[in-house]
Ligand binder design. Sequence first.
Ligand SMILES: CCCCC/C=C\C/C=C\CCCCCCCC(=O)SCCNC(=O)CCNC(=O)[C@H](O)C(C)(C)COP(=O)(O)OP(=O)(O)OC[C@H]1O[C@@H](n2cnc3c(N)ncnc32)[C@H](O)[C@@H]1OP(=O)(O)O
Ligand SMILES: CCCCCCCC/C=C\CCCCCCCC(=O)OC[C@@H](O)COP(=O)(O)O
Length: 254
Amino acid sequence: MDALWMVSPLLLVPLLLWTSSTFTFYFKKFFYVAWMMFLALLAIPMSVVKSGGRDIENMRIIRFLVRHVKYLLGLQIEVSGQEHLQLQGPYVIISNHQSSLDVLGMMEILPDRCTTIAKKELIYAGTVGLICWLGGIVFINRKKTSDAKNVMCDAAKTMLEDQIRLWVFPEGTRNQQGDLLPFKKGAFHLAVQAQVPIIPVVFSSYNSFYHRKEKQFNSGTIRLKILPKIETKGMSSDDVSSLADKSYQVGTSS
Ligand SMILES: CCCCC/C=C\C/C=C\CCCCCCCC(=O)SCCNC(=O)CCNC(=O)[C@H](O)C(C)(C)COP(=O)(O)OP(=O)(O)OC[C@H]1O[C@@H](n2cnc3c(N)ncnc32)[C@H](O)[C@@H]1OP(=O)(O)O
Ligand SMILES: CCCCCCCC/C=C\CCCCCCCC(=O)OC[C@@H](O)COP(=O)(O)O
């Protein structure tokens, strides 16, 4: 009986931990990273068998394997404007970037033959890095603008030659303030060089369920708004600044 009195308060410890929102935050974050690493481990041999190596078609495998992850984190994803993605041929998708959770929304609407531009450091993220490489993700060195520009100029040519769509985060970094950082120009040079349309996608703020500083990660809904295309036909490098400004206005007013 005495032993039971000693043990029962101890049983409260995991219960308290379980109900603590800070614990939930760390648990969900850890689980998300570990599960993505595991999924990537599955996707690597599948991609090698399907395509024999680095190939944009491997994004279909990634998209298929990632789509259930939202349920495991208690998230719902609502999409509007899906019809705006029903375009033939290449285009550039731009969207705001809040967190690595953006990958969930991205995989919800990722069109066929679409990959993304990412910072080169991601390639060192273990199995996730390797699957990103196998999925044809274009890595840029943000610290060397001239290198990044060259890689993106090559990407403009590859888009047309191989009929590829590219997803770019024009803020160039994550931003959880609920607003948009000033846009970098790369996405707009890319679209103008390839003479392809830009499709803006707006992710709703995660602040209602996710706060990195306050260690909150509750259940919630991510709303993705796909907006009508912005044409770039006939534009030149002189038009890039006004194109970036127009796209920024479209993003902030949606
Ligand atoms: C199955 C399990 C799977 C588990 C894993 C799950 C999923 C994995 C698969 C997919 C998910 C991947 C998700 C990855 C998300 C990663 C997101 C990121 O990494 S965001 C960070 C990287 N991205 C970017 O930075 C893109 C945006 N940045 C730019 O476009 C920049 O412009 C830049 C090219 C990097 C240059 O940067 P800089 O700071 O110098 O910016 P400026 O824009 O001010 O440019 C300076 C100057 O150069 C001119 N410029 C820019 N680009 C070009 C160009 N291409 N050609 C010519 N000139 C260019 C620009 O106009 C400026 O000149 P000026 O001031 O005279 O106008
Ligand atoms: C052995 C290495 C272990 C590393 C583990 C990290 C793996 C990440 C695991 C799961 C997340 C899956 C999706 C990854 C893609 C998200 C990438 C991302 O969001 O990068 C941030 C980048 O956009 C901007 O970076 P900064 O805000 O400028 O900095």
